[in-house]
Design a protein around this ligand. Structure first.
Ligand code: FES
Length: 105
């Protein structure tokens, strides 16, 4: 789900030069694009589940304000994926509730 050809901006010639692991599955991405963009391009729309009812949440505002898109990234919970750029080799996990740090029991 990427805009490959745009009538004004032209063709997307960016190279998929990075890969990230999302819940154990490797996906390709573009270094520097928001994590959320890479996830949507891979068809992943559920980023976390709410602490109380376990309801799915994903991209909402897309500008870093609502925190609906938070995930656990490289062991750090509550990372806003809509404003966090992709780096090659990132480990991204669906966040359950308030999340846990990687070294937390
Ligand atoms: S979608 Fe709102 S903070 Fe990321």
């Amino acid at each position: 789900m990427r805009v490959e050809k745009h009538p004004i901006l032209g063709d997307d010639k960016r190279e998929r030069d990075a890969s990230i692991v999302v819940d154990g599955k490797k996906i390709s991405a573009v270094t520097g694009e928001p994590i959320a963009a890479a996830l949507l391009a891979a068809g992943i729309r559920k980023f976390r589940v709410t602490p109380r009812f376990g309801s799915p949440r994903g991209l909402f505002c897309g500008i870093g304000r609502c925190t609906d898109c938070v995930m656990t990234v490289d062991g750090q919970p509550n990372v806003r994926t809509c404003v966090t750029p992709v780096k090659d080799g990132m480990i991204v996990e669906t966040q359950v509730g308030f999340g846990k740090w990687a070294d937390e029991p």
